[in-house]
Ligand binder design. Structure first.
Ligand code: AP5
Length: 233
């Protein structure tokens, strides 16, 4: 399925509620098109683990299921997108998450990251994964990940071969701190109240593509690859 291609695809934005499958699909796009996954959740968790100033500020906010401030997240994203591996494109996973972040990203693309030789690739392809609420619950409460290789599992939907151990390297799988049931509701509320306007923003600009994220993983991937191929055919 994720056979690599050298086709240029440019920036991709994956939108969708917590547990929609953004990280799962971002990794598959990364494998096929050779462009990096830029996950703001992962970058923030790395900062928390390293005990940076940003990580210290973000830790409690994330544990409550709320959003980290726009200024802090935007600066972190800017630093990442100017790195050389993003030149051919990148997959934004979990960003933008507020209307202010979406407007900021457009300004960044239009000015700082604008590449004269590739004007048609200035705007990202924006894909939203729509998933039913009960499916989201199963996906989030069942999610486990490997702290060594980053592979994502789900004890209900995609279990490892040996209970709680990574298929690739045998490391004991971990549960994310904010996947606890009591944090789920605030995360979903943050999505409804603060991230829905991002969809409206791209919809108004005629740049939003919604897909059915309820389908099995491979079917979701197929829909995404088709969109990416059509865009650059
Ligand atoms: P972040 O890490 O971005 O979390 P999220 O958006 O809540 O998304 P998730 O990682 O929970 O889900 P996902 O859509 O990636 O699903 P996955 O592929 O893992 O953010 C965490 C926190 O950081 C935020 O709450 C906030 O505090 C902060 N933050 C991050 N970005 C920010 C920003 N821009 N601004 C401000 N604050 C920010 O899949 C989930 C599970 O489902 C897995 O077990 C997987 O195996 C399974 N699964 C996936 N697809 C399928 C399928 N099709 N069928 C069956 N199972 C599936």
């Amino acid at each position: 399925m994720a056979q690599e291609t050298s086709r240029e695809v440019g920036p991709v934005v994956l939108l969708g509620p917590p547990g929609a499958g953004k990280g799962t699909q971002a990794k598959r796009i990364m494998e096929r098109y050779g462009i990096p996954q830029v996950s703001t959740g992962d970058l923030l968790r790395e900062n928390v683990d390293r005990g940076t100033e940003l990580g210290l500020a973000a830790k409690a906010v994330m544990a409550r299921g709320q959003l980290v401030s726009d200024d802090e997240v935007c600066e972190m994203v800017r630093e990442r997108l100017v790195e050389p591996d993003c030149k051919r494109g990148y997959i934004l996973d979990g960003f933008p998450r507020t209307a202010a972040q979406a407007e900021w990203l457009d300004r960044l693309l239009e000015h700082e990251l604008f590449d004269n030789s590739r004007p048609t690739r200035a705007w990202p392809i924006v894909i939203r994964l729509d998933v039913d609420y009960n499916q989201l619950l199963l996906r989030i409460t069942g999610r486990r990940s490997c702290p060594t290789c980053g592979r994502i599992y789900n004890v209900h939907l995609q279990p490892p071969r040996v209970d709680e151990l990574c298929d690739v390297d045998g490391t004991k799988l971990v549960t994310r701190n904010d996947d606890r049931l009591e944090v789920l509701q605030p995360r979903l509320t943050a999505y409804q109240e603060q991230t829905r306007p991002v969809s409206d923003y791209y919809q108004r600009a005629g740049r939003l593509i919604s897909i059915n994220g309820d389908l099995p993983m491979d079917d979701v991937t197929e829909q995404i690859f088709r969109i990416l191929e059509d865009h650059h055919a």
